[in-house]
Design a protein around this ligand. Structure first.
Ligand SMILES: [Zn+2]
Length: 393
């Protein structure tokens, strides 16, 4: 069976004779006398497309037989017209060829092997056997793109065992070894399909690098995928640039400045909140037991307010914040007192939870404001009810 994808990796349509067609789990397994459908292998996903009216959904090389999984049967002996999904194949050729250049440069420069390669539907990952820094990757990326601008040819040869050469390979190979060479950049044993000239890769962008086993996993994009990704990033940056009124190449500096300003603002806000809490607490000076409902007092503020009030009121201070629908958080305290019995009864009466030290407790109840007020009235605690102000920043 002729592998037309090796004779001409740019062949998009072809005619072939159906040699066999057998029903299988996912449809029909079809073999042909020749095919341009590349089977999954060497890290490159298979082609998909059509054979006459049948959709080809999977292509595998099983012991040298190329098996096309089709969604309907094809008559044995008939001549069929095959069409591969060229956009998908060309994209995979761009990714695959770009991967050769990156792996070749990393090997030549740092001696690391490509120990894992995955062409996903979004990004390509390469696992290298050693650590690479951001700076090293940036320099690899530049060299690879320079090789793209030089438009180097892709040369396919077969290993001459009488004239050994060094080539990259994941494993020791026997039999016929197909070598893919990008002159001066890479020589690698590979069964995949590649572009004719490096210029067709268009662009290689290395996106990220994280530690992986004893080396790193690098995410990359080539060709159209790299172009589309960068277009998206430029569009994002354009929007950010407009939102923060910074030039497109100065957005990060401006965001840093805004974040520093925000930290300052938060710091000042905390100062103002503390001052307000003190003023409100002083207003409750000497009132004895107090019950306060405050708006939007979150955990820390709630605690700080209750603490400030209990230092002033001379009794038990109970502060609640929340809503009738969502329930209320509370902080309850008494200077040198013991609120444990009160808090236990409160939790029991109002489906609450929480606790703390003898003199101070925090928690939450599932009850309405009037139910909370009724609890304190029934508890016999003579309270000054205080309706709160807004603290939200
Ligand atoms: Zn290859």
């Amino acid at each position: 069976m002729k592998k037309l994808y090796y004779e001409n990796p740019y062949l998009q349509e072809f005619d072939a004779r159906v040699v066999s067609c057998t029903p299988v789990k996912n449809g029909f397994a079809v073999t042909l006398d020749q095919t341009a459908f590349y089977p999954e292998g060497g890290g490159q996903p298979c082609d998909i497309g059509t054979l006459d009216c049948a959709n080809v959904t999977d292509v595998q090389d099983v012991d040298g037989q190329i098996i096309h999984t089709c969604d309907c049967a094809l008559p044995v002996g008939a001549t069929v017209h095959g069409k591969i999904d060229w956009a998908r194949r060309f994209d995979l050729m761009q990714q695959h060829s770009g991967e050769h250049l990156v792996s070749g440069v990393v090997h030549a420069r740092f001696g690391y092997d490509n120990v894992g390669f995955h062409m996903g539907s979004d990004v390509i990952t390469i696992d290298f056997s050693g650590i690479l820094t951001r700076e090293q990757l940036a320099s690899v990326e530049r060299t690879v793109n320079e090789a793209i601008w030089q438009n180097l040819p892709c040369e396919i040869t077969y290993l001459d065992r009488n004239a050994p050469v060094f080539y990259r390979s994941k494993k020791e190979l026997t039999g016929e070894v197909r070598l893919v060479r990008f002159p001066g950049m890479d020589l690698c044993a590979c069964c995949g399909t590649h572009v004719r000239q490096t210029g067709e890769i268009g662009l290689v962008k290395l996106l990220s690098c994280v530690k992986f086993h004893d080396g790193v996993r690098v995410e990359m994009l080539c060709g159209q995928r790299a172009y589309e990704y960068l277009s998206k990033i430029v569009e994002q940056n354009h929007r950010i640039s407009g939102l923060i009124s910074a030039k497109p190449d100065q957005t990060a500096q401006e965001v840093e400045r805004i974040l520093a300003e925000q930290r300052q603002t938060k710091y000042r806000l905390v100062g103002c909140q503390n001052e307000l809490l003190q003023i409100k607490a002083q207003a409750l000076s000497g009132r004895g037991n107090v019950l306060c409902f405050e708006n939007d007092l979150s955990g820390d503020l709630l605690r700080r307010f209750a603490d400030a009030v209990m230092h002033q009121c001379g009794g038990i201070c109970a502060v609640f914040s929340g809503s009738d629908a969502a329930g209320y958080h509370y902080a309850i305290g008494q200077l040198d007192g013991d609120v444990r019995t009160l808090v236990k009864s409160l939790n029991a009466a109002l489906s609450g939870r929480g606790g703390g030290k003898p003199a101070f407790a925090q928690g939450a109840v599932s009850a309405t404001q009037s139910e909370i007020a009724a609890f304190f009235a029934e508890y016999g605690m003579n309270v000054t009810a205080q309706q709160g102000a807004n603290y939200a920043g």
